[in-house]
Ligand binder design. Structure first.
Ligand SMILES: C[S@@+](CC[C@H](N)C(=O)[O-])C[C@H]1O[C@@H](n2cnc3c(N)ncnc32)[C@H](O)[C@@H]1O
Length: 328
């Protein structure tokens, strides 16, 4: 029996696995679809073999096949919950340790690198129907799209009043409906800022616009009942850096932080891992996180929402709306 077929057996033992592995190359045998031994073990739901392949034989938890399907997803589709749970916790453990190591590098000169500098210097445009804001890293990325309107309303129902990232102004429009006492908006892109001025956002109820990157204007901005964070072209490290400010930005135990949760938004397994890592990172900062599950509008799969958009950034059926509060 070949190595991959053996790894796909429910009853393969650790001893048998050991005997099959002749050298490093055996571990990295792939089938024609790019599936690894870990994909096979996950499909069989053989937890001992999954643990050995990751722990002893160092197959990374996030390995994917040619179709970008991860071993974790295979465990989930096959209904092997114990295996799936192990894969998610292993992903959290590995990524959390990497994050801690990166943060603990002492004595190194920190290079100031702006993740979305190309985006901030590029030309972006509102579509004629006002439903999308396009441009970014290529000319047809969806910087902000109207399909998120329902989700933005849910975010706005929960929070007031510092919003980072204006985009289409969807959430800011909902925030205005709640007649805020103070409504601060941070926006970094000049085209978006000009759009805001053209549309009178500087004169709306209690609105204060801070034009610039949040990294440059966040100091001494005060405290808020609610904060919403949704930028474009930034990565998990940027979000993490923003989170470091949050304990000083929230007023009290009733104040809420939320953000657009597109973490690994095209892969349910990686999404589960990153949602959990985020909760762990927030816990370190003294914040508890609850995810409220919302349906994603089904029509967006068929109504042409993603037509002419170069990269679909969200394709999960459920949206997990984060509600984070200070632990007292
Ligand atoms: C996805 S859109 C926000 C959509 C918004 N939630 C809405 O309801 O329409 C992201 C916005 O963040 C802005 N942005 C990107 N990086 C930023 C940064 N570092 N600081 C402030 N704004 C930023 C972008 O220019 C863009 O307008």
């Amino acid at each position: 029996m070949d190595f991959l077929t053996a790894c796909g057996r429910e009853n393969l033992t650790i001893q048998e696995l050991k005997e099959l592995i002749i050298d490093e190359q055996t571990i990295w045998v792939l089938d024609e679809f790019g599936n690894t031994a870990l994909h096979y073990a996950c499909k069989a739901g053989n937890l001992d073999i999954v643990k050995a392949l990751i722990g002893t034989y160092k197959i990374p938890w996030n390995v994917v096949n040619n179709e970008l399907v991860s071993a974790g997803q295979i465990a989930k589709s096959a209904g092997h919950n114990e295996c799936y749970e192990y894969m998610v916790s292993e992903g959290c453990r590995a990524e959390f340790i990497l994050g801690v190591l990166a943060r603990s590098k002492v004595g190194e000169e920190k290079e100031e690198k702006i993740s979305n500098v190309d985006y901030l210097n590029s030309k972006i445009e509102y579509t004629e129907d006002g439903k999308n804001l396009k441009g970014g890293f290529d000319t047809s990325e969806g910087v902000m799209m109207e399909w998120e309107k329902g989700l933005m309303k849910k975010h706005a129902d929960i929070i007031e009043i510092l919003n980072v990232g204006f985009g289409l102004g969807l959430i800011d429009t909902f925030i205005q409906e709640s007649l805020p006492k103070r409504h601060t908006i941070i926006e970094a892109h000049p085209d978006v800022y000009n759009f805001m001025l053209k549309n009178g956002w500087d004169k709306k109820l209690n609105v204060e616009i801070k034009f610039g990157r949040w990294q440059d204007v966040i100091e001494d901005i005060g405290c808020f009942d609610g904060i919403f964070f949704d930028t474009f072209g930034e990565n998990y490290d940027d979000l993490k850096q923003f989170l470091d400010h949050v304990p000083n930005l929230l007023k009290d135990e009733n104040s809420v932080l939320s953000f657009f949760n597109g973490l690994a938004g095209t892969n349910s397994f990686f999404h589960d891992v990153y949602c959990r890592i985020l909760s762990m990172d927030l816990q370190e900062l003294g914040l508890s996180t609850e995810y409220i599950e919302e349906d994603v509008p089904k029509e967006i799969d068929e109504d042409g929402t993603w037509k002419n958009i170069s990269r679909r950034y969200f394709s999960l059926d459920k949206y997990r709306l984060p509600v984070c509060k200070l632990d007292y």
